[in-house]
Design a binder for this molecule. Structure first.
Ligand code: NDP
Ligand code: MG
Length: 390
């Protein structure tokens, strides 16, 4: 029986993975080693019981009592704290999904790679913050990384059987998020509630706001650079409001291979779960006649400065990815808390990038986790709003 672990089980991606595992037969089909979560220990305990997990871990030490209580009598081990999440990730499992949100996903993801495991990677932040380190650990230990971000899964699938040298460029699509059609002058007053609703995808709140600001696409451009080794100029973005074409690979011979599908993350998660096979998945079939038309436009960088910052980060290399990722997380925290406006996020990130670029060592890619975390902490300090309410 295959063994699996899900890091970030209680989130949006984690719930989709849980759905797939349960539909496939749950504990009769898979041996679940570890499930991890953070605040939502009630749901974590339900999932752990349903899958008969060996261990359930919350990242929050203050939640350990509640988790223990919820799992009393189940025989399921419990633990708490970031180190316990990393230790759970280090336990052997045939397939581990990294679906933690933010840079917190990096240390446990590295543990999976160090044990030579198969890492289904939704946590794009680890590649953005530490691409060189993550890919290096993977190669050194014979680990396998399977992209779960829908665009990167789409590229991965489109590249199957192809030679990367023949690729002219790839295109990833963006829905344009909540504010695609808003007049520019209205964006500065956009509220957290308005930014938290996505036209096509049901996702966690943070990535939904990142979709509205296009920081999600900025992270994905960097993710494509780190994972596939493509140059900045080889990664193009198109706004595609229907979210049906997820990515397209264009070859030097003039042919392009696109990946299409309904906007449902269970496709990309399920593809990674069953790879290298394909299995039937509970994903709506594509009905192009019902859709009628698919449209594409070039993104407007005045509306979405995040895309310009992504290219700046790829060209700078070194610690720029770690700085952009952390500064973005800080700016997002500040926006959600009402300390800054929607259009203040990109300038906060740019401020941190500019200041860090003057620091010694910025041009070198961080070679270990401690160095990534130092840049991360510095970037958060520099990006943080210090002037009270917006
Ligand atoms: P959610 O916010 O819905 O879930 C995040 C998960 O991480 C939850 O299980 C949460 O626990 C846990 N968590 C939160 N903080 C910490 C922490 N400090 N340490 C350990 N665990 C923590 O996020 P999503 O599911 O939307 O996204 C997860 C990842 O997948 C992100 O990297 C995102 O970019 C990526 N992704 C998401 C897509 C989507 O459709 N949602 C699409 C493509 C990529 P709890 O809820 O119990 O507090
Ligand atoms: Mg994506």
């Amino acid at each position: 029986m295959r063994s699996v672990s899900v890091l970030g089980a209680t989130g949006s991606i984690g719930e989709s993975a849980f759905d797939l595992l349960m539909r496939a037969g749950g504990p009769e089909a898979y041996r679940t080693v570890a499930l991890t979560g953070a605040a939502n220990v009630g749901r974590l305990a339900e999932m752990a019981r349903a899958l008969r997990a060996e261990i359930a871990v919350t990242a929050l030490p203050e939640k350990l009592g509640a988790l223990r209580e919820a799992l009393a009598g189940s025989g399921i081990e419990t633990a708490a704290g970031p180190e316990a999440v990393a230790e759970a990730a280090a336990r052997p499992a045939d397939w581990t999904l990294s679906a933690i949100i933010g840079a917190a996903g990096l240390p446990p993801g590295l543990e999976v790679l160090r044990r030579g495991g198969t890492l289904a990677l939704a946590n794009k932040e680890s590649l953005v913050a530490a691409g060189r380190l993550v890919m290096g650990e993977s190669q050194r230990n014979g680990a396998v990384i399977l992209p779960v971000d829908s665009e990167h899964s789409a590229i991965f699938q489109s590249l199957h059987g192809e030679n990367l040298d023949s690729v002219e460029h790839v295109t990833i699509t963006a829905s344009g998020g909540a504010f695609r059609d808003w007049p520019l002058e209205r964006l500065a007053r956009a509220t957290v509630a308005e930014a938290s609703s996505h036209p096509n995808w049901a996702m966690g709140q943070r990535i939904t706001i990142d979709s509205a600001s296009m920081f999600n696409k900025a992270l994905e451009v960097i993710e494509a650079h780190e994972f596939f080794g493509l140059s900045c100029d080889q990664i193009k973005v198109l706004v595609h409001p229907q979210s049906i074409v997820h990515a397209m690979v264009s070859h030097r011979d003039g042919g392009s291979i696109a990946h299409l599908g309904a906007p449902d993350m269970r496709h990309a998660i399920g593809y990674a779960l069953h790879w290298p096979q394909r299995a039937a998945l509970p994903v709506p079939a594509l009905d192009l006649a019902a859709l009628g038309s698919l449209t594409f436009t070039a993104p407007d960088e005045a509306r979405w400065p995040a895309l310009r910052l992504a290219r700046q980060v790829i060209r700078a290399g070194g610690a720029a990815g770690a700085v952009l990722n952390a500064a973005k997380e800080q700016a997002l925290d500040d926006f959600i808390a009402g300390r800054i406006g929607f259009m203040d996020m990109a300038p906060a990130v740019e401020r941190a990038l500019d200041a860090c670029a003057r620091e010694p060592g910025f041009a070198s890619s961080p070679g270990d986790l401690a160095t990534v975390l130092e840049w991360d902490a510095q970037a958060r300090r520099l990006a943080a709003c210090t002037s009270g309410a917006a």
